[in-house]
Design a protein around this ligand. Structure first.
Ligand code: SAH
Length: 218
């Protein structure tokens, strides 16, 4: 991907500033930093918001949903890649497709599920325009994961629930890792679950704020 596509307000300089900030905040994986620098986040936003695309902030993508803060995208992605590149990654909550695009440049195959059809179709177009073909998208309620392609080496949930849906934990491969915001609306902990041969291990990475994981389709 050409890092300088879309010059002016979305210039390489703004992207480099963002990378510096992510590094200051503790993101250190060079693969993740490079992909975030080179992914045109402005293309995942409405034109009116494009000038803010390289600020480290969550931004609205319509239909009451948000594109996650770059720091959170970086942190979650870094956790999934920590012990090597997972082969198959499942994402719940495609939204704009930005997190999907970041993952698709780092792992062989991404599966992503979204419950709002208009967002999913927009994301599908954007990912195709960027030439990211190692992504499969599904219009469904992500509580059920994607049994057909399970188990997954990594699962990332980008909407928050009071508990991680049990079907997602069931679809995690041995040696796999799931990262998800868990807790009440707009104030959650980023939780990591690892399925090891000895059983499920769990730890927390700190506070985050995601839109809720909802039931059913829109
Ligand atoms: N990863 C996205 C973040 C979008 S916000 C991005 O980079 O833009 C969270 C998304 O999760 C929203 O698009 C919302 O519609 C979706 N979502 C919420 N509940 C869901 C569910 N049960 N199944 C699938 N997607 C869901």
């Amino acid at each position: 991907m050409n890092p300088s596509s879309g010059l002016g307000m979305t210039s390489l300089r703004a992207r480099q500033r963002l990378i510096k900030r992510l590094q200051q905040m503790g993101v250190s994986d060079p693969r993740v930093l490079e992909v975030i620098r080179d992914t045109p986040r402005h293309l995942f936003l409405d034109e009116a918001l494009a000038s803010r695309a390289y600020e480290d902030t969550a931004l609205p993508i319509g239909l009451g949903q948000t594109l996650s803060q770059p720091f959170v995208v970086a942190r979650m992605t870094e956790v999934l890649l920590r012990d090597g590149v997972p082969d198959k990654v499942l994402e719940i909550g495609t939204g704009s497709g930005y997190q999907t695009a970041v993952l698709a440049q780092l792992v062989p195959q991404v599966y992503s599920v979204e419950r709002i059809s208009r967002l999913l179709e927009r994301a599908r177009e954007q990912l195709r325009d960027l030439g990211l073909h190692n992504v499969r998208l599904k219009y469904a309620d992500g509580h059920h994961g994607w049994p057909r392609y399970a188990p997954f080496d990594a699962i990332i949930v980008t909407a928050a629930a009071a508990h991680v849906p049990p079907e997602l934990l069931q679809q995690l491969a041995v040696g796999g890792r799931l990262v998800a915001p868990v807790g009440p609306a707009y104030s959650q902990q980023l939780e990591v679950y690892e399925r090891r041969a000895s059983g499920m291990h769990h730890y927390s990475l700190g506070g985050v704020s995601f839109v809720p994981l909802l039931e059913g389709l829109e």
